[in-house]
Design a protein around this ligand. Structure first.
Ligand SMILES: NC(=O)c1ccc[n+]([C@@H]2O[C@H](COP(=O)([O-])OP(=O)(O)OC[C@H]3O[C@@H](n4cnc5c(N)ncnc54)[C@H](OP(=O)(O)O)[C@@H]3O)[C@@H](O)[C@H]2O)c1
Length: 224
């Protein structure tokens, strides 16, 4: 099996423009896509594209575990996770960084923790597991008015690097085949197809060469 063809890829938070772009790119590359969101109606366009829709609140640990069991029971072993659950709240300088906004943003990290754990065995057993998040250049250049957001993204990046460490530890005697990658963008608008293609291209690289790496996608990227 070469590239993304034939891989089972779960898009966590698939109903945004980014989710639609990733679904199109993955289906175009011959992957099977499981599109996850909280709202069945918002998943309908993804089903029309050819994805398997799955309604689940991924900030609920039990719901994420149930989703993994449901897919396994159907014989779907996940090879890829593209985690998109995000959101933006900010502004108003440091004084504007309310606890309420932080709690909303933090749900994306919680969902990442649940999804990466629920599918850890699948990804590690896959001949080519690929997990990725979309983070922000704000992690290296945080603004006072985006402190909540940058802090959650920084924590998400740390979580992904820990996932990468787990992937690098082969417990089966074979070379590790899974990779966890951080994509960073300054702004996603207009870059959805470039990020989707960059995710699909992760299957063209050997896992150890990309595991734990951070890839900034911008409009000047000649591969975008
Ligand atoms: N926009 C930017 O400029 C920018 C910049 C840097 C990084 N990023 C990151 O890029 C990623 C993708 O961005 P985006 O704008 O597509 O993200 P988004 O709209 O915030 O989230 C994607 C989808 O996640 C779903 N979702 C939210 N909570 C969920 C939950 N608990 N369980 C399951 N699904 C849930 C939502 O769909 P439902 O409401 O249908 O459930 C939503 O459509 C995010 O992580 C974002 O932070 C974006």
């Amino acid at each position: 099996m070469a590239g993304a063809a034939g891989r089972n890829v779960l898009i966590a938070g698939a109903t945004s423009a980014m989710g639609i772009a990733a679904t199109r790119a993955l289906l175009g590359a011959g992957a099977l896509v499981v599109a996850v969101g909280r709202d069945e109606a918002r998943l309908a366009p993804l089903a029309e594209l050819g994805a398997r829709p799955e309604a689940a609140d991924l900030s609920d640990e039990a719901a994420a575990a149930l989703l993994a069991s449901r897919l396994r029971a159907d014989g779907v072993a996940i090879d890829g996770v593209l985690h998109l659950v995000g959101g933006w709240r900010g502004g108003g300088g440091l004084a504007g960084q309310s606890d309420a906004d932080y709690r909303v943003l933090e749900a994306s990290l919680t969902a990442l923790r649940h999804v990466s754990r629920a599918f850890d065995e699948d990804l590690r057993r896959s001949p080519a597991g690929r997990l990725a998040i979309i983070s922000s250049t704000a992690v290296d250049h945080p603004r006072a008015g985006g402190a909540n957001y940058a802090a959650v993204k920084a924590a998400s990046e740390a979580w992904v690097r820990a996932v990468a460490d787990g992937y690098a530890r082969s417990d089966s005697g074979r070379e590790p085949t899974a990779a966890a990658v951080i994509f960073r963008v300054a702004s996603l608008a207009g870059l959805e197809d470039a990020v989707a293609d960059a995710y699909v291209r992760l299957w063209d690289a050997e896992a150890p060469s990309i595991n734990g790496t951070t890839i900034t996608v911008d409009t000047t990227d000649p591969d975008s």
